[in-house]
Design a protein around this ligand. Structure first.
Ligand code: SF4
Ligand code: F3S
Length: 104
């Protein structure tokens, strides 16, 4: 599966949802997640993310992002169309410590 990681937080560009062939993205207030059981590992979302927040779970040092994706995919609504990114998305791109700001 592919996994959405920290740099999506407060960037939430949503380019990823437009390309997913199985519509397995789920939307929180300031972050998206991928449902690990629905992702078919096609990889097309990875290069679409301007924040480079999507990585395969075969990468090392994933910390608990896989568990975060699984947890919220079960409770957040599905998203299949790109909405507006936050107005200050570019300011947050690459900022450290965003994990503290994830809205549940
Ligand atoms: Fe969707 Fe493919 Fe990305 Fe998985 S890897 S979330 S199936 S676009
Ligand atoms: Fe987040 Fe990147 Fe998608 S910032 S919403 S994973 S395009």
């Amino acid at each position: 599966t592919y996994v959405v990681t920290e740099n999506c937080i407060k960037c939430k560009y949503q380019d990823c949802v437009e390309v997913c062939p199985v519509d397995c993205f789920y939307e929180g207030e300031n972050f998206l997640v991928i449902h690990p059981d629905e992702c078919i590992d096609c990889g097309v979302c990875e290069p679409e993310c301007p924040a480079e927040a999507i990585i395969p779970d075969t990468e090392p040092n994933l910390d608990n992002w896989l568990e975060v994706n699984r947890k919220f995919a079960e409770i957040w609504p599905n998203i299949t169309r790109k909405g507006d990114a936050p107005a200050d998305a570019a300011e947050w791109d690459g900022k450290p410590g965003k994990v503290e700001m994830l809205s549940e």
